[in-house]
Design a protein around this ligand. Structure first.
Ligand code: SF4
Length: 351
């Protein structure tokens, strides 16, 4: 057995490796077919062929922050800004529900217009109309008190990518007023309140090394999130990182498989960013261990305004087309889309 095969076998059985072993796996020049196979076997042993779907509503592209990599950052004056009304958001949920979505993800920039009262009012309306659905928020860093209010108003899950667990790298990606320790504080607060929590990081972003990626894995082990979202860094031309090289499909898939082996029962999406860097990217994501897909159910007329990065796919299709297209892709990759809230099936094995 080659050294790489032995590392994969141990990672699959023990769900951990030392830093130096992870480094070997991450930097291996050998093909990843065995790694993908091991990740897929482990995912099938818990989730079978099931792929869970979440309908994303991108309800505001205003943001008070200025992350250097993000297309809707505050200082990008070329973005036409929009907000959806509560009625428009509820219409998205209605269309999504009829298409089989049982999780709605309300995603937006950190938009001060959406006070806690506005968010809670919206949550209460969705919760009353769809008691059988999970409601996920993805609206950035807030106080613990705000998170508690959203939870009490009906939110079940919260997505907040940590982006990188390394302080120095975080500093290079964000302006002075942003702070990694606050982001980590948010994630632990969310867990303590009782949310199902999603974290995650970018792959192949500027200045990132293997050691940074290992730090991300270690941070995730500490947090033990229910969901882990990773995607390749893709530059947006109207940002300070506009001339930086994008991350690769190969490294993103490799990290996705390693995540599956480290966190056997995690909910791991095959992200839109994967589909953006490769036409078959999302299918390859499933085959590397992903078990979630998050189609857009935002009205098609504003989708192209929510461009976090260049060339983002699926900006012109309506919810029905998006659902149909993805179902075919999931089936073609050897899996099946299911109508379900898609909660984590806890195994008690993640470290
Ligand atoms: S990454 Fe998020 S917080 Fe940062 S600028 Fe973009 S939308 Fe705002």
């Amino acid at each position: 057995m080659t050294e790489k095969l032995e590392l994969i076998r141990r990672l699959k059985d023990e769900h951990d490796l030392s830093d130096s072993e992870l480094k070997k796996l991450i930097e291996s020049p050998e093909p990843d077919a065995d790694l993908f196979r091991a990740a897929d076997e482990l995912r099938r042993s818990i989730y079978g062929e099931d792929v869970y779907i979440r309908g994303i509503v991108e309800f505001t592209n205003f943001c008070k922050n200025n992350c250097y990599y993000c297309g809707i950052r505050r200082d990008n004056r070329r973005v036409e800004r929009y907000r959806l009304t509560d009625d428009q958001i509820l219409q998205c949920c209605e269309a999504g529900y009829s298409l089989g979505y049982r999780t709605f993800v309300l995603q937006g920039g950190e938009d001060p217009y959406y006070t806690d009262d506005r968010i809670c009012g919206l949550l209460e309306k969705i919760r009353a109309a769809y008691p059988d659905c999970a409601i996920t928020l993805s609206i950035g860093e807030k106080s613990r008190e705000s998170y508690q209010k959203y939870f009490d108003a009906g939110a079940d899950r919260y997505l907040l990518r940590h982006e990188t667990a390394d302080d120095a790298l975080y500093r290079r990606w964000h302006p002075e007023e942003m702070d990694l320790s606050n982001r980590k504080r948010c994630l632990f607060d969310l867990k303590e309140i009782g949310y199902q929590v999603g974290a995650g990081f970018m792959v192949g972003a500027p200045y990132q090394t293997t050691e940074h990626l290992i730090a991300d894995l270690r941070f995730l082990q500490e947090l033990d999130p229910d969901m882990i979202g990773i995607g390749p860094f893709i530059h947006h031309v109207d940002t300070p990182f506009g001339d930086q090289q994008s991350g690769s499909l190969e490294m993103t898939l490799r990290m996705l498989s390693i995540l599956r082996l480290l966190f056997p029962d995690a909910l791991i999406p095959s992200t839109t960013a994967l589909g953006t860097i490769d036409p078959q990217g999302r299918e390859k994501g499933f085959q590397a261990g992903a078990n979630v897909v998050m189609p857009n159910i935002t009205p098609a007329n504003v989708r192209e305004l929510y461009l976090l990065y260049d060339e983002k796919i699926c900006t012109g299709e309506d919810a029905f087309q998006c659902r149909g297209c993805l179902e075919g892709r999931v089936f073609g990759a050897g899996y099946r889309m299911v109508v379900s809230r898609g909660d984590r099936i806890r195994q008690g094995t993640a470290k």
